[in-house]
Design a protein around this ligand. Structure first.
Ligand code: NAD
Length: 296
């Protein structure tokens, strides 16, 4: 596996993922548009090398990880922005896009990078900040099996389950669809809690019963107990990013000319919630949005 890894995107997820790589013995070069994100990271991990552009971070690296908000930003950082990574990467390098990007854009990025002699693996993750910290993410990979084999130890430092889902874009497609399920389950739980509380039920009792009944899901088992019922709304994943994932799932369905009315409803619901809850709102605050709609 590559000994030196270039890493772009030191946000909520990128920070703990990059930390795991250092602890696993990889040498890291890091970049983020936020200079504070870079200086904080290098302050905490002095062995990491701070760089000032995507081109600089990629200099001489055989592997580049991107953990950025969306695929448009990834494309800019890797290929089309100012001082893109492609100008620094070694021939034969592999780009591992671990962001939740749009799979249709990923298919095109894979072709464009291949034309420049660079391989792409889409490798989005599920599990949130907590599982990024303990290195137990679920990683959904799209791309060539041989490229996964040469990077498996890199993924192994960050994730527990590493699944090759298919060719380029397959990982990003599966991730968007997973988050559709995750978001739908969360909204259903929130609406059930709002209705139940108005009926006089205790929310803690409701969640306990969901968890021993067929309503059980990640929303009831993890998010209900940890973030919604105690109302701390601190899961570490924003409503804006969840709304983006829903729009991605909707885009994929429409791209394939499939009608998915429930999915389209979820796209509108989360996009409206993102506008209403405001910048930086945690996705578990969707509970507050459900409460607001209930009172209208
Ligand atoms: P975040 O907003 O906390 O971090 C994104 C980082 O990218 C920020 O530090 C930002 O400064 C940096 N950035 C933005 N544009 C840049 C550019 N052009 N060049 C360099 N750096 C740039 O987001 P996050 O929560 O860490 O999520 C990252 C990705 O992972 C998203 O695609 C998200 O959907 C996905 N994801 C997040 C979670 C979660 O629980 N937070 C879980 C699974 C997947």
């Amino acid at each position: 596996p590559p000994a030196t890894i270039a890493f772009i995107g030191l946000g909520m997820m990128g920070r703990p993922m990059a930390k795991r790589l250092i602890e696993a013995g990889f040498t890291l070069r890091v970049f983020d548009v936020s200079q504070k994100a870079v200086s904080d990271f290098v302050g905490a991990h002095p062995s990491a090398l701070a760089t000032a552009s995507a081109k600089a971070v990629a200099q001489g690296a055989a592997a580049l990880i991107t953990m950025l908000p969306d695929g448009k930003i990834v494309r800019q950082a890797v290929l089309e922005g100012q001082d893109p990574a492609i100008e620094g990467l070694e021939a034969g390098a592999v780009v591992m896009d671990m962001s939740s990007s749009n799979p249709v854009d990923t298919q095109k990025l894979a072709r464009d990078l291949a034309a420049r002699g660079v391989a792409l693996l889409d490798a989005p993750v599920s599990g949130g900040v907590k599982r990024a910290i303990d290195g137990s993410l679920s990683i959904m990979v799209g791309g060539a099996a041989a490229d996964l084999e040469r990077t498996r130890p890199v993924f192994g430092a960050m994730g527990k389950t590493i699944t090759l889902c298919g060719p380029a874009g397959a990982g990003h497609a599966l991730k968007a669809l997973n988050n559709y399920l995750s978001a739908a389950g969360l909204v259903a739980m929130c609406e059930a809690l709002v209705v139940g509380e108005a009926f006089g039920l205790d929310p803690g009792t409701m969640v306990d019963v969901f968890n021993t009944s067929t309503g059980k899901s990640n929303a009831t088992e993890v998010k209900g107990r940890q973030f919604v019922v105690p109302r701390n709304f601190s899961a570490g994943f924003t409503t804006a990013l969840m709304a983006k994932d829903l729009r991605t799932a909707g885009d994929v369905a429409r791209h394939l000319k499939l009608k998915m009315p429930h999915l389209e409803q979820a796209v509108s619901y989360w996009t409206a919630a993102d506008g209403k809850l405001g910048k930086g709102a945690d996705h578990t605050e969707i509970f507050r949005y459900a409460e607001m709609l209930a009172e209208q």
